[in-house]
Design a protein around this ligand. Structure first.
Ligand SMILES: Nc1nc2c(ncn2[C@@H]2O[C@H](COP(=O)(O)OP(=O)(O)OP(=O)(O)O)[C@@H](O)[C@H]2O)c(=O)[nH]1
Length: 747
């Protein structure tokens, strides 16, 4: 059956339906389905839409959006036909420094696109995207929740990503599967350290971006300073598309430099209306200046437009938009918009910009992969329903209803419920049970996912994050995602016998979800050790064990994950000989151990991590009767011990890049304290509002509980952010202390 398109223009009580451009129906609307009061689930909506006397009466309404007048896309029983053309897909992420307003902005986007009819406020702990209990209590975003919504006939898949550095892996995996991103800035703080980190991550994946300078209503808001920081701190080329009308308490709206009209919101409550007006007189000159800058930048992208411009003819609105889109997608510049998500100003134009300027799956290069049988052979998969299916599992979430959910970005082809696909990394087939379209904390069953979609699969058995699912007839392995090694660990012990099994189950599930979290059993001290990216990361893991898996556990003090290496070459000849009646043991080997560059790993056996050493087997000899595999294993162990001792062993520790922002009066205390933590101060800088920035390198081992010390020292007025910079040699006296501590534990 064909897809039918229904457009509906609604008054508060009546809907005029236009089906496939010809038939017209007038439908009464039940109070519950009126504009903005509309239930978010399409099925509810169907209940009150009764199209009599035509084949359309059997339509299952599965697409819905609201905007000015709203339209409904309806799909007939054959779900494998597209309701939204691929060119009208936008897979986007919203990224920023912690607290810049990602969750609030996403909530507004969901509201204005018609998905949420009651909005959640972050500070009240009811935001839809922050669905985990811990997120609601702490008011931060931990997991990326994927949600699908619609705007201006476009399907927008949004991933809300966390801002805290402990969860940068979440940002990485979102970037891996998205085609474009909105970068949010707090207009008071400007470009903050974590924004720089995510910006670099987006550069790494070549993700086109638009910037939204949020919180224009806050005291100290400064749009132009933030614009300048985009140049100085990010080295990017901003293209200003809007300038603010007013600021702080008096922030009213924006001047749209494409239309050269002001957009003014009449209130700040949810759903506040906006009108297009003439540009206020006091902003006309500034608007003209920025408009000229914008036009001069974009005409460079097109010879015809440039020629006309030189002859005094400005491009029309359509050409302006086309050129902004071209430059955004090619990374020539980043459009900059502004608003206040909290005060409901600027969100609709931001959505328009997503549609107008961010790429569809067709605008980004085809996904490349390799033949799983022959990694030398590169295979490209174009974004099309007609290609063989290829998708990447980018996130696993445990789920109380269906066990676990695997989030997949479909790059090419179709994925149907009930079909079998190949996990190219494991060479195993997986059956696709249910396919779910996610809407923050609710979900909708779909039969088929198409190229460009992001869906959650229920019931996969073997697939983990970063693996490729594909058509078994046309295998492809997409590029794997990189996961960082954990830098911090704590010992964890179940409180009662009953908790032992529950803890094992919980840890396995959590590690499946989160590749930056590891756990292992240390038999020597009879303890389970959990490892992660920071104190907060592990705190959340322990909290989730308690809440989701009902595990009561005692947790030790956090410790740094040290690595080991050697400082010089050593060569040992090791003979293992044992004669105890019967067959003896004889093995003789000569091994050379060589230091390698930090981070190179172990060359002999790649799964041993954290040892930057190459072991070269130089020679050996063999005894006809007494030599065996075991004897050689014991000889290798002996050679390793002896060789390492001779090779000048050394311990490496994680060194963090720590950036502290403090009022000037506390600068001396902050520096003194960092020095006492073995910190190395690299540079100082200034921030708006008389603040100083201290950039330093400090060993992670000295940074535990830094947040409370800093708070105490500066009366809560300073903040800091840290991220892993490198691994470096631990000073000898500290290595000695660690060694004697370990001996005490062993005794
Ligand atoms: N004044 C003002 N406050 C805002 C605005 N947007 C967000 N906030 C507030 O800023 C705080 C942080 O907002 P969130 O939306 O949680 O920020 P986030 O970036 O998602 O934070 P994380 O998920 O923790 O990284 C909340 O108290 C919001 O109410 C805005 O436009 N103006």
């Amino acid at each position: 059956m064909a897809t039918e398109r229904i457009t509906a223009s609604c008054s508060s009580t009546l809907c005029n339906l236009n089906i496939n451009g010809s038939q017209r129906k007038h439908l009464p609307l039940s109070p519950s389905s009126r504009f903005l009061g509309l239930p978010s689930r399409a099925s509810h909506f169907f209940g009150s839409l009764r199209v009599s006397g035509s084949s359309s009466s059997k339509l299952s309404l599965s697409r819905l959006r609201t905007r000015r007048n709203f339209s409904v896309f309806a799909m007939a029983a054959d779900d494998s036909k597209r309701a939204v053309p691929l060119k009208d897909y936008r897979n986007i992420g919203i990224m920023a420094h912690i607290d810049a307003g990602k969750t609030t902005t996403t909530e507004r986007v969901l509201f204005y696109t018609g998905r949420n009819y009651k909005i959640g406020e972050v500070h009240e702990g009811t935001a839809t995207m922050d669905w985990m209990e811990q997120e609601q209590e702490r008011g931060i975003t931990i997991t990326s929740a994927a949600t699908t919504t619609f705007w201006d006939n476009h399907r927008i898949n949004i991933i809300d990503t966390p801002g805290h550095v402990d969860f940068t892996l979440e940002v990485e995996r979102a970037l891996r599967v998205l085609d474009g991103a909105i970068c949010l800035f707090d207009s008071v703080a400007g470009v903050e350290p974590q924004s720089e980190t995510v910006w670099r991550q987006a550069d790494k994946y070549g993700v086109p971006r638009i910037c939204f300078v949020n919180k224009m209503d806050r005291m100290g808001a400064n749009f132009f300073r933030t614009r300048d920081m985009i140049v100085t701190n990010l080295g990017a080329k901003p293209l200003v598309l809007q300038i603010p009308v007013g600021a702080e308490d008096n922030f009213q709206g924006v001047v749209d430099l494409v239309k050269m009209r002001a957009i003014i919101w009449s209130g700040e409550e949810l759903g506040a209306k906006f009108v297009y007006e003439d540009i206020p007189a006091d902003l006309q000159e500034l608007a003209q200046e920025y408009r000229s800058q914008m036009i001069e930048t974009i005409v460079e992208l097109d010879d015809d437009a440039m020629e006309s411009y030189l002859e005094g003819v400005e491009p029309d609105e359509e050409t302006v938009k086309k050129l902004i889109r071209k430059g955004t997608i090619s990374g020539s510049f980043v459009p900059v918009l502004c608003g206040s998500a909290f005060k409901n100003k600027g969100v609709q134009p931001l959505l328009d910009a997503v549609v107008d300027y961010l790429p569809s799956p067709l605008d980004v290069p085809p996904m490349n992969g390799t033949d799983p049988e022959n990694p030398e052979v590169t295979i490209a998969r174009a974004a099309s329903d007609d290609e063989p299916f290829a998708g990447l599992a980018f996130k696993i979430m445990s789920d109380s209803f269906v066990g676990s959910l695997t989030f997949v970005r479909v790059y090419a082809g179709k994925l149907s419920a009930g079909s079998y696909v190949l996990n190219a990394n494991k060479g195993k087939k997986e059956r696709i049970g249910r396919l779910l379209e996610m809407h923050a904390n609710s979900r909708e069953d779909v039969k088929v996912a198409l190229a460009g979609d992001i869906v959650a699969l229920a019931g996969l058995k073997d697939t983990i994050t970063g693996e490729t699912l594909c058509d078994p007839e046309s295998p492809i392995m997409l590029e794997r995602m990189d996961f960082p090694d954990p830098v911090i660990k704590v010992a964890i012990e179940p409180k009662t016998k009953a908790d032992v099994d529950k803890m094992a189950t919980g840890l396995i599930k959590l590690a499946q979800e989160d590749p930056s979290f590891h756990f292992s059993r240390d038999e020597e001290i009879n303890q389970t050790v959990i490892e992660g990216m920071g104190e907060l990361h592990l705190e959340i893991i322990v909290d989730r064990l308690k809440r989701e898996f009902k595990v009561e556990a005692n947790v030790g003090a956090p410790q740094v994950n040290y690595r080991e290496s050697i400082s010089k070459i050593s060569e040992v000849k090791y003979v293992h000989k044992k004669q105890s009646g019967g067959q003896g043991q004889f093995a003789d080997i000569t091994v050379r151990f060589e230091p390698m560059e930090s981070g190179s790993g172990y060359e002999f056996k790649s799964e041993i991590k954290g040892v930057d050493v190459r072991a070269v087997l130089v020679d050996g000899s063999y005894h006809d009767v007494d030599s065996s595999v075991l004897a050689f294993q014991l000889a290798a162990r002996g050679a390793f011990r002896e060789g390492m001792r001779k090779a000048g062993p050394r311990m490496l520790e994680p060194i963090m890049k720590v950036e502290v922002v403090t009022p000037e009066e506390h600068l001396g205390d902050v520096i003194g304290d960092l020095n006492s933590r073995r910190g190395q101060i690299n540079s100082f800088g200034d921030k708006p509002g008389g603040l100083k920035v201290v950039d330093s390198l400090v060993p992670l081992a000295e940074m535990f509980q830094y947040v409370s010390t800093l708070r105490g020292m500066t009366k809560g007025r300073a903040s800091y952010i840290m991220q892993l910079a490198k691994f470096d040699v631990v000073p000898q006296h500290i290595q000695n202390q660690l060694a004697s501590k370990e001996q005490e534990v062993a005794a």
